[in-house]
Design a protein around this ligand. Structure first.
Ligand SMILES: *[C@@H]1O[C@H](CO)[C@@H](O)[C@H](O)[C@H]1NC(C)=O
Ligand SMILES: *[C@@H]1O[C@H](CO)[C@@H](O)[C@H](O)[C@H]1NC(C)=O
Ligand SMILES: *[C@@H]1O[C@H](CO)[C@@H](O)[C@H](O)[C@H]1NC(C)=O
Length: 441
């Protein structure tokens, strides 16, 4: 009973966070924080704009043509289209403090967006220039005060610090030296552990390097998967996993001693069950679940919360048929309840428990989707492919929260609790209705 009550309370709080944040009335501290953020952001403004007079005529013409050819897309669940990049966006990352979304493109910039602006009309962003190169991948540091990038030409990691100047304006400063070049094949992904203890880089040739934050290699692995298609660090910062040509997903633990010194990278467990290569995978926020999407035409959900040192194996929770292709991406909502899978330019959202298809979005981008992830609150699902970033309302997540509150209402003992739940359900439903009734962009 205690456990059930605790879970219920957690769910309720989760739901409340969603609903309160969406409600029109905003609490004082939120407003203060927003004002602070707005001050930061407006100081630089929509920094994509270069004074027109300084642009050569040809460029002006070209940019007009580019605008005209922008892919149009609308969907009931579309919350925002973030447009500022002048080239294809290749990577997205949400900061763990929930405030920012970072994106990078081969327009030589990294953009930092305020997640609080998603439901506003204007989406301002800050711009960090990647001098003499461009970033193909970007990841926030655990404290949300720095980000790491993968340099397309430099073929290595560059760290940027985010600092606030006296006037509150955010400033981006690249570390004096990039990491040494170590990879010999195209890069797949980079990651920085939430513990701040290591950085991971992975390339298609089955090489994974584990680095300290200063750019020294701590360990190098060969995944032995013939060729790799994806690799990532778990949100808990304990594991590194990879997938590719072989049907297994391999998971390692990056081990540190009591004094924080690096010890070893040890095999933890494998996810075995797909009958063909695996395109991609994702972890839930607590790293207790993983979703994998495979060439065999299914996604699988796994419980990975096991004592692998006691020889416990992760176990398969569900297998669900889905459309997928080379480059497909998977995302799992932070609470592990919603699965999203991309296939070319399309995205599908599923109920993780039942496998039921909940939402489909077709032609989201004019190019193949290259990144797909939920924000840390689970309210939004974001993806990239072309110049725009699409942000969707996580409607299945809302519906699940409402369902959970209804279940709690049935079990609620006292009148005050019942009333409060009833009110929350009504508010939640009307919020969801508003999202669904709003004209799409
Ligand atoms: C975006 O990517 C597509 C496919 O890779 C490419 O054809 C197109 O030229 C790119 N657009 C820009 C503006 O870089
Ligand atoms: C995600 O994990 C972090 C760290 O473990 C935790 O602080 C946060 O509350 C979690 N968020 C959700 C939505 O579960
Ligand atoms: C999934 O389906 C189950 C059973 O119908 C339901 O209780 C749960 O809330 C659903 N979850 C989502 C995310 O839709």
């Amino acid at each position: 009973m205690e456990v059930a009550a605790l879970i219920a309370l957690t769910l309720l709080l989760g739901a409340l966070v969603i609903l309160v944040a969406l409600a029109v009335g905003k609490r004082k501290e939120e407003i203060r924080e927003e004002l602070e953020q707005a001050a930061e952001l407006t100081a630089e403004g929509s920094s994509a704009k270069v004074p027109a007079s300084k642009k050569p005529k040809q460029e002006k013409l070209r940019s007009r043509k580019d605008k005209a050819s922008l892919h149009t897309f609308s969907h009931q669940l579309l919350a925002a289209s973030l447009k500022s990049h002048s080239a294809n966006v290749t990577c997205l990352d949400f900061s763990s403090n929930g405030k920012y979304l970072a994106s990078c493109a081969d327009d030589r910039t990294v953009r930092i967006w305020s997640t609080k602006d998603f439901l506003e009309r204007e989406h301002k962003c800050l711009r960090a220039n990647v001098e003499l190169d461009h970033a193909t991948l970007v990841r926030f540091s655990p404290d949300s005060r720095a980000f790491i990038t993968w340099l397309a030409n430099g073929d290595t990691i560059r760290i940027f610090k985010m600092t606030k100047k006296e006037d509150g304006v955010m400033n981006f400063k690249a570390a004096p030296e990039d990491f040494p070049q170590k990879h010999k094949a195209p890069i797949l992904n980079i990651g920085i552990a939430e513990t701040g203890k290591f950085i991971m880089t992975a390339s298609t040739d089955t090489t994974i390097h584990i680095w300290d934050l200063k750019g020294e290699i701590l360990a190098s692995l060969n995944t032995n998967q013939i060729t790799n298609s994806y690799a990532a660090v778990s949100p808990c910062g304990r594991f590194v996993a990879s997938c590719g040509f072989t049907p297994d997903v391999k998971v390692w633990e990056v081990c540190f001693g009591k004094g924080g010194e690096f010890k070893e990278v040890a095999r933890a467990f494998d996810l075995k069950g797909h009958s063909a290569g695996v395109h991609a995978f994702a972890f839930s926020n607590d790293s207790h679940k993983m979703v994998t999407v495979s060439k065999d035409g299914t996604w699988k959900l796994w419980n990975t919360n096991v004592e692998y040192k006691m020889q416990q194996d992760p176990y398969l929770l569900r297998t669900v048929p889905c459309a997928s292709s080379e480059g497909s991406r998977a995302a799992l909502s932070p609470d592990g309840r919603v699965v999203a899978i991309s296939d070319g330019c399309n995205v599908a959202m599923y109920n993780a428990t039942t496998g039921q298809l909940e939402e489909e979005m077709h032609g989201v981008h004019s190019e193949e989707i290259n990144d797909l992830r939920f924000d840390i609150t689970g309210r939004f699902l974001a993806c990239s492919g072309d110049k725009a970033i699409r942000v969707f309302h996580n409607a299945p997540g809302y519906r699940a929260a409402i369902r959970d509150m209804k279940d709690m209402l049935k079990k609620a003992q006292n009148e005050a609790m019942k009333q409060r739940l009833q009110q929350q359900i009504t508010e939640a439903q009307s919020t969801l209705d508003t999202v669904l009734a709003a004209p799409s962009e």
